[in-house]
Design a protein around this ligand. Structure first.
Ligand SMILES: NC(=O)C1=CN([C@@H]2O[C@H](COP(=O)(O)OP(=O)(O)OC[C@H]3O[C@@H](n4cnc5c(N)ncnc54)[C@H](O)[C@@H]3O)[C@@H](O)[C@H]2O)C=CC1
Ligand SMILES: O=C([O-])C1=[NH+]CCC1
Length: 317
């Protein structure tokens, strides 16, 4: 069975995705032997701007194996294209294939949301929750997916957008204008409104830092999703290595190999997001009084989680 883009949208329930994501990320960080995820292969093509990525994993506990193969061609539209395949780990049978663009968009935004629940919402008062402000930086596929997931699962008081390509920001603003009372476009990243923001999602393919310590308020939570090679980065060294900042990643192994911010700044990694699931003490230690950064590069087990939700939506129907 093939799930095209619209069936992925239809069948990928966000609450179910969040539940399976927290389980697999937690088991990954506990080094559960029933979960195997080798480091993915990222093959540069010709000029090294384009990549072929191959991401396998096996979950013997849940009884599935998954592999996602995608191309990353930033001069093409869309940048990411490919396929996710889910197999039965007992019989070896192929269970489904699905559009990787939509799965990648949704599961990346859902993982950022999970990190935000853990590192930001859990320390906020009710009053803060009622007045919270979100900024999305980069308004292409990931920018759209982050705004979609973050507004489906939380009520924001204000939303700000910034994009190098202003038309992308205007398009995203128009899409949400009837649904969100306050959705505004920032003129640049020194705009004072960025300082009001409680949660920032950076979703660009930048190779230069876009945000530094002085542009944000202390205690902000940032989901930095854009970089996945040593040359790419969205956050400046002063923010990464400030004594007021704690950096959390999806995988230490992957982040140290792929995340430009971590490699270039040599920032300390406080934890993997999976270590924070069901660990109140560590969570408090890392998030209280701190600016928190969740740097994700993307893991095969996140694609697995999405493919399981699609498969089970059909088998349980
Ligand atoms: N962490 C994760 O799990 C995942 C991360 N990504 C990464 O997230 C980023 C966004 O993904 P898509 O929206 O699919 O890519 P896209 O190629 O559609 O959009 C990238 C956006 O970044 C902007 N951009 C590029 N360089 C910039 C710069 N120097 N300053 C400001 N803006 C700049 C472009 O104008 C474009 O709007 C990509 O870098 C991608 O590799 C994508 C999927 C998963
Ligand atoms: O996890 C993923 O699929 C990707 N991370 C960066 C580009 C694609």
């Amino acid at each position: 069975m093939y799930f095209d883009e619209s069936s992925v949208k239809q069948y990928l329930s966000l609450p179910s995705l969040l539940e399976i994501l927290s389980d697999v990320l937690h088991r990954y960080s506990k080094h559960d032997p029933s979960l195997q995820q080798p480091i993915r292969s990222v093959l540069p093509i010709d000029d090294r701007q384009n990549f072929l990525l191959n991401k396998p994993c096996i979950d013997l506990h849940r009884g599935y194996m998954c592999v996602k193969t995608i191309t990353y061609f930033p001069a093409s539209s869309p940048t990411i294209d490919g396929v996710v395949s889910l197999f039965d780990s007992k019989t070896g049978r192929l269970l489904l294939t699905a559009d990787a663009k939509e799965i990648t968009a949704q599961r990346t935004a859902a993982t950022s949301f999970l990190a935000t629940q853990l590192l930001a919402f859990s320390k906020w008062t009710d009053d803060k929750k009622n007045h919270a402000c979100l900024t999305i930086i980069g308004c292409s596929v990931q920018g759209h997916a982050h705004l979609e997931v973050f507004t489906q699962l939380f009520k924001w008081n204000k939303v700000y957008l910034w994009s190098r390509n202003v038309k992308n920001a205007i398009d995203l603003q128009s899409k949400y204008a009837s649904q969100l009372k306050h959705i505004e476009i920032l003129k640049d990243l020194n705009d004072i409104r960025l300082q009001e923001t409680d949660v920032i999602c950076t979703c660009t393919g930048s190779e230069q830092a876009l945000i530094g310590l002085k542009q944000v308020k202390k205690g902000v939570h940032i989901n930095a999703v854009g970089s996945f090679s040593p040359k790419m980065r969205e956050l400046a060294d002063d923010l990464m290595i400030s004594e007021d900042t704690n950096v959390v990643v999806d995988s230490r192994e992957s982040a140290m190999k792929e995340a430009g911010e971590i490699i270039q700044s040599k920032a300390n990694i406080a934890a993997e997001v999976g270590e924070l699931v069901n660990n109140e003490v560590l969570l408090q230690e890392i998030s209280q009084q701190k600016t928190t950064i969740f740097k994700s590069v993307g893991l095969a087990i996140e694609d697995l989680a999405a493919a399981i939700v699609l498969h089970e939506s059909k088998t349980n129907a």
